[in-house]
Design a protein around this ligand. Structure first.
Ligand code: NDP
Ligand code: MG
Length: 389
């Protein structure tokens, strides 16, 4: 059976990893829809290479400027996802949700009723909108697969276990490019260095989040929501080689961990097929040297102060939306060289303490529009705050 697929954010790092693995197994898949924000050249080439007949360009000016190129090749091109989903009556087999940032939430929510399975990499949407995603998943009987490698591993390790027997779950973090440096010494470090992740090739936003350790904080929140377990069960552990992705310690005395090569192609491949199907990842052979070199250490809060955020309680309030929005905006400013590396940390803590924002920490958004409004509110507040200084 040929499986129909949709990739949201096909021009990004996860989207391209997905296409690489699909290319290696081309006979099993057909892609119905690809989407981009504005990378017209790349999505055009992807559509031609994979014979995709529908694409979405989210950016209006690029959509207007380049639509004719697609039409010439008989590819339907849409502005925004809703337009592409009109008159679709049959569910595809699997959708990969790989848009970056909180902007991924709305398209992910909208696609759920059009897909039997959904692999979500977009962690911001899980962190801010899990309640709404989960509701849609249940309502439409759509199966959810966590794609973030740590969550994919945790899922594989616990899905046939009694959750009550879980004592601790460790999410591994490489420590990023600044693991062996003092925060004091990298206060002004330029994005060029912060983007150089030692093990993973990822989009810019998540690469900076890995350097500051915010990525791992997001992953703890993501895990708490997906697996519906007490926050205290989760702990972050540094594992510089990024070979082991999660460790689960059971009350029964057993400790299980899952290792795989450092590529997102593996969780993606394993979500494209069911367990009872036969498929293969043609990667590195089992390497004794690699296994013998596995090491773990506790993270140092002094060098990664954002870890203190884990002292907050995460419970589907505006706190998560505010945290994600502030971080999105600060990382963007850092990448544009308009704030220093240290300012991501300092501003984040200062703003989280500001009563204008903290008054929302006990309130929960009732729908996705309220989340979108809060994102706007946070950005406006941040803009005014920085311009007042
Ligand atoms: P990238 O920045 O590489 O790609 C993002 C994709 O989303 C691109 O296709 C981009 O289009 C599209 N996009 C961005 N903004 C919008 C928007 N407003 N509307 C519609 N589409 C948009 O990110 P990654 O692939 O690295 O990450 C994607 C998600 O997966 C993130 O949430 C990240 O945290 C998560 N993730 C990533 C991992 C990785 O290894 N990269 C690992 C685990 C999770 P365009 O090309 O035009 O910019
Ligand atoms: Mg991860």
């Amino acid at each position: 059976m040929i499986k129909n697929l949709i990739i949201l954010g096909s021009t990004g790092s996860i989207g391209r990893s997905a296409l690489k693995i699909i290319k290696k197994n081309k006979k099993d898949f057909k892609i119905s829809l690809l989407t981009t924000n504005s990378n017209v050249r790349r999505i055009f080439n992807q559509a031609l290479e994979f014979n995709v007949k529908k694409v979405v360009i989210n950016d209006k000016s690029n959509f207007q400027k380049y639509s004719h190129l697609f039409k010439k090749k008989k590819i339907k091109v849409f502005f925004e996802i809703d337009n592409a989903l009109k008159n679709v009556h049959k569910k595809v087999y699997l959708t990969i949700s790989a848009i970056s940032g909180i902007e991924g939430l709305e398209p992910t929510l909208k696609i759920i009723k059009f897909t039997k399975n959904i692999g979500i990499a977009n962690k911001e949407s899980i962190i801010c909108g899990w309640k709404f995603l989960n509701y849609e998943l249940k309502k439409n009987n759509t199966n959810f697969i966590p794609l973030d490698s740590e969550h994919f591993s945790i899922n594989s390790l616990i899905n046939s276990e009694n959750k009550k027997n879980i004592k601790k779950i460790y999410l591994t973090a490489s420590g990023g490019p600044f693991l062996n440096m003092k925060l004091e010494d990298i206060k002004n470090i330029s994005p060029k260095y912060a983007l150089k992740h030692p093990n993973w090739k990822m989009g810019k936003k998540i690469s900076i989040d890995s350097a500051t350790m915010m990525n791992k904080i997001f992953e703890v929140i993501e895990a708490k929501k997906i697996f519906n377990l007490d926050q205290k069960i989760f702990e972050i552990i540094i594992h510089p080689k990024s070979y082991v992705h999660a460790i689960v310690h059971f009350k029964t005395g057993l400790i299980k961990f899952l290792a795989h090569d450092t590529t997102m192609q593996i969780p993606i491949l394993n979500s494209l097929y069911k367990k009872d199907e036969t498929f293969e990842y043609y990667g590195n052979d089992f390497d004794i040297k690699k296994i013998n070199n596995i090491s773990f250490l506790k993270p140092n809060v002094k060098n990664f102060p954002l870890l203190k955020i884990l002292n907050f309680k995460f419970s589907n309030t505006y706190f998560e939306v505010i945290l994600v929005s502030l971080n999105d905006a600060l990382v963007k400013m850092y990448l544009e060289n308009s704030i220093k590396y240290i300012s991501i940390h300092e501003l984040l803590f200062k703003l989280l303490k500001n009563p204008y924002l903290s008054k929302y920490f006990k309130i929960s958004p009732k729908n996705i529009n309220e989340i979108k409004n809060m994102v706007k509110k946070v950005n406006k507040f941040l803009y005014e705050y920085l311009n007042k200084k």
